[in-house]
Design a protein around this ligand. Sequence first.
Ligand SMILES: Cc1ncc(C[n+]2csc(CCOP(=O)(O)OP(=O)(O)O)c2C)c(N)n1
Ligand SMILES: [Mg+2]
Length: 361
Amino acid sequence: MAETQTTRPSARSNGKSEADLEGFNRDQLHGFLREMLLYRRFEEKAEEAYAIGKIGGFCHLHIGQEAAALGCIGPLREDDYVITAYRDHTQALAKGLEPGPVMAELFGRDTGSSRGKGGSMHIFGPDDGFLGGHGIVGAQVPLAAGVGFAIKYRGEDRVCVCFMGDAAVNQGAFHEALNMAAIWKLPVIFVVENNEYGMGTAFSRVSALPVKDRAKGLGVPSHHVDAQDLLATWTLMEELIAAVREGAGPQYLDARTYRFKGHSMSDPVSGTYRSKEEVQKRVKEQDPITLLRNRLYEADLLTEDELKAMDDEVRKEADDAVQFAEDSPLPDPQELYTHVYSEINEHGRLFFDGRDREGED
Ligand SMILES: Cc1ncc(C[n+]2csc(CCOP(=O)(O)OP(=O)(O)O)c2C)c(N)n1
Ligand SMILES: [Mg+2]
């Protein structure tokens, strides 16, 4: 019988005090490092499980890009929304999903966050404001505009962060959605995780303008950040989120990062489109976890023993997530027929989440 996960400590900031480094206190900084280490260990476990056939289908790892996930999601409120593409595991964890159900989804189990029907590319957590996990490049961008429209229509002060890869900015849907977001001043932050490649194609080979300039003609203010630098990313996002919450309208962020693994599990790490030397140099110089760890060492905010204890803890959490997935049942074959179409109640209306509306009228 699968056990539920215990709630892990949150890295979410509750305001800054006793500033130790760039306005963050020691506990917050340890929380950040621990959280990114958890993402890394989680994905290493997923990689291992995929290699021995326990995970099937597509699987895109986020290793190397962890600071973009934590830095852009960590400063959000719990009731804010995140929507993303298929490289979605760590973003789901950052938005509050527990490692067990995310790993179980990769394993195709009934306890998975999408009941084992979505797999790696379709992690969903509506209770945590995590709206997927989308496999079509750029598909989530107009959906994010819709989420922003709904927030505004309901008079709420929530914010939606929409992640996409750099290749998505060449999709028509990107331009249509940002144009509408701008004209309606929708509360959406469009974050491009600019890892410089779309599968085997370097962005610079297929785009006349750099990523940072792609929203300018659409009237959406542009920003850029070194997204291997967690503290810089978190700080900028805090400012953007506050501005959007107060009605500034959509924002666009070129979050510069790098993917340390192949495009997906079926691709080699470097391939023919980038050299081994290039990958090795970026891993050596721009690992977001190593960069933060070194800054904490230099500022005397972390000891080797503390790091070891932290790493042991998150390794155990990742192991527990795998155990939870392995102990979980596969979906019942009858489940093939559920969640295929939107279900309609006897009054001819769509069921949304809770069935509690049934007796309403
Ligand atoms: C509309 C569409 N065209 C092509 C594909 C195949 N495809 C899957 S991932 C990908 C590259 C996307 O790269 P990017 O947006 O930079 O994201 P990254 O993989 O770097 O995170 C492509 C072309 C797809 N899924 N959807
Ligand atoms: Mg890319």
